[in-house]
Design a protein around this ligand. Structure first.
Ligand SMILES: [Zn+2]
Length: 221
């Protein structure tokens, strides 16, 4: 009998605890939902910033280009269809400008167009500049940071939902796999900065010469 009563009491105590906690649980669940949503939002945002956030460095010149790269990027040449290294690249990562390292496209933007060059249906916001081609029909795309030629953009072909195809020369880009650190985007020094740098370099050279002369004179003494 005693055992029966203690079991009953235990059940009653448990029931009370559950009953007392219930309203809190109900009240807490919508909050948890919102928190989960907030967390997801933050994660999504940070994912975007991770791609968009790229270190920059001031330089006196962009990356060096070989002859073929120069021809395509600076003289608006086109690599032969099907010869580029990145056309069939399916890896996750970022496509950066060969000349200045600016991130241009993400692997999520890439699709198979079977046209002979890498194709993207979207770009990193603000990274690609458009201008009417010399032929008057096509739209040329250029790196917004260094003005290097990338290729052409075509609209209305209905290849993807975004209805846009950036047709880009492989040689104009470098692929950085996901998880690998992006090189810093090169920002060229301004004309004023260049003037100041040259002035300082000249001054330093002068001072070096002066101290060399002084050292030689001291040696003679
Ligand atoms: Zn560039």
């Amino acid at each position: 009998m005693y055992r029966f009563v203690s079991v009953l009491v235990a059940i009653l105590v448990m029931a009370t605890i559950i009953w007392q906690n219930q309203p809190e649980t109900i009240a807490a669940s919508p909050q948890t939902g919102t928190q989960a949503q907030e967390k997801k939002k933050t994660e999504e945002n940070s994912k975007e910033t991770k791609v968009d956030k790229q270190e920059t460095k001031r330089e006196t010149s962009y990356n060096e280009l070989n002859r073929f790269e120069s021809w395509v990027i600076l003289q608006k040449g086109t690599e032969r269809a099907g010869t580029g290294k990145l056309e069939h690249n399916k890896k996750k990562g970022s496509y950066i400008c060969r000349r200045c390292n600016a991130v241009l496209y993400k692997s999520d933007h890439k699709f198979d167009s079977n046209c002979g060059w890498p194709a993207f249906d979207d770009e990193i916001k603000g990274a690609v500049r458009r201008q009417r081609d010399k032929d008057g029909y096509r739209t040329e795309i250029l790196c917004a940071n260094c003005d290097g030629h990338l290729g052409h953009v075509f609209l209305g072909e209905r290849m993807t939902e975004k209805n846009t195809r950036h047709c880009v020369n492989s040689v104009c880009m470098k692929f950085i796999p996901e998880g690998e650190k992006l090189p810093a985007k090169i920002i060229l020094e301004t004309a004023a900065e260049k003037k100041r740098r040259l002035r300082e370099e000249a001054k330093m050279k002068q001072e070096a010469e002066k101290s060399k002369e002084k050292a030689e004179a001291d040696k003679k003494d």
